[in-house]
Design a protein around this ligand. Structure first.
Ligand SMILES: [Zn+2]
Ligand SMILES: [Zn+2]
Length: 295
């Protein structure tokens, strides 16, 4: 199995001279199994270049796209994903049903292609497209790969995805903030809420224990995090600590804060290596174009 990063930025695409090396496109990750099953995680602006690259090679029989959640930075590239315009190309979307707005994944993705936003309707796309809403921890099989969605903590329903194939396991959080108590110690509800947090964390960490690669939303530094609490994202520290707890082989830190420059990310890498290099997981900061080949 191998993993390639086509978009590593969070919130908004941020191309420019300061983001050339780590990339300015928003979230999109390609996972390819050894039997050529193509699994795409999210369709941020990075999916445009992935789609262009696919059309220059032999297209796979089917393309399976797993959407963590439908915030713009994870779906905005879909209308520009060229394989959607290729007649008979099989493309299957998987994701969540939005219980707050009572909308399916198809309705949400079609919404961003309405007349006022885009010149081509979803119904006019030429590929053979299907949509499936998944349930928490409902494992599905695609070829030789097993994919399990796990509910994460974010201001909209967000699935992390565990992908198991070729004897290897990869997990991607999508957007995720570690759960924290909304009560103070001493409040009547504090203990009960702490138990809920522990239960949610143990459910998640049981599913993803000992993954080969843990790809995490690590938008903030520990210093920035207190001002951004509740926005739905983690810090380098919280992500590395989680990866260490689950005995991950490697952690790839992604969904970079949009104003973060290449030199700032270099400095963060130096700092986290110094601070956490002694822990189990090998540390990586995601770069657009980066390939990790698990063999
Ligand atoms: Zn995001
Ligand atoms: Zn989000």
């Amino acid at each position: 199995m191998h993993v390639r990063f086509w978009g590593t930025r969070g919130s908004i695409a941020s191309p420019g001279p300061d983001t050339v090396r780590y990339g300015g496109n928003t979230t999109c990750i390609e996972v390819r199994t050894n039997d050529d099953e193509l699994i795409i995680l999210d369709g941020g602006t990075g999916i445009f270049r992935l789609g262009s690259a696919l059309t220059k090679q032999r297209l796979p029989k089917r393309i399976s796209v797993f959407v963590t959640h439908t915030h713009w930075d994870h779906i905005q590239g879909f209308p520009f994903f060229i394989p959607l315009f290729i007649p008979n190309q099989e493309i299957n979307f998987y994701g969540t049903f939005d219980p707050v707005y009572d909308k399916s994944l198809k309705e949400i993705l079609a919404g961003q292609m309405e007349y006022c936003y885009y010149p081509v309707r979803e119904s006019e796309l030429k590929a053979n497209i299907s949509y499936k809403s998944l349930q928490d921890r409902q494992t599905i099989t695609i070829g030789g790969a097993k994919i399990t969605p796990v509910m994460m903590n974010h201001p909209v329903l967000n699935f992390g995805y565990l992908i198991e194939a070729d004897g290897q396991r990869i997990f991607f959080t999508g957007d995720h903030e570690p759960m924290r108590s909304i009560y103070e110690p001493g409040d009547e509800e504090y203990e009960e809420f702490e138990q809920i947090i522990q239960l949610r964390n143990s459910v998640l960490e049981d599913v993803i224990t000992e993954v080969d690669i843990c790809i995490t939303d690590s938008m903030y530094t520990a210093e920035e995090y207190p001002q951004k609490m509740g926005w739905g994202h983690g810090s380098y520290q919280s992500c590395i600590e989680m990866a260490d707890r689950i005995d991950a082989g490697r952690i790839v830190l992604t969904h970079h804060e949009p104003t973060r420059t290449d030199s700032e990310l270099d400095a963060i890498y130096q700092s986290i290596t110094k601070q956490y290099g002694h822990l189990g997981p090998e540390l990586f900061i995601a770069k657009e174009g980066m390939l990790i080949d698990l063999g």
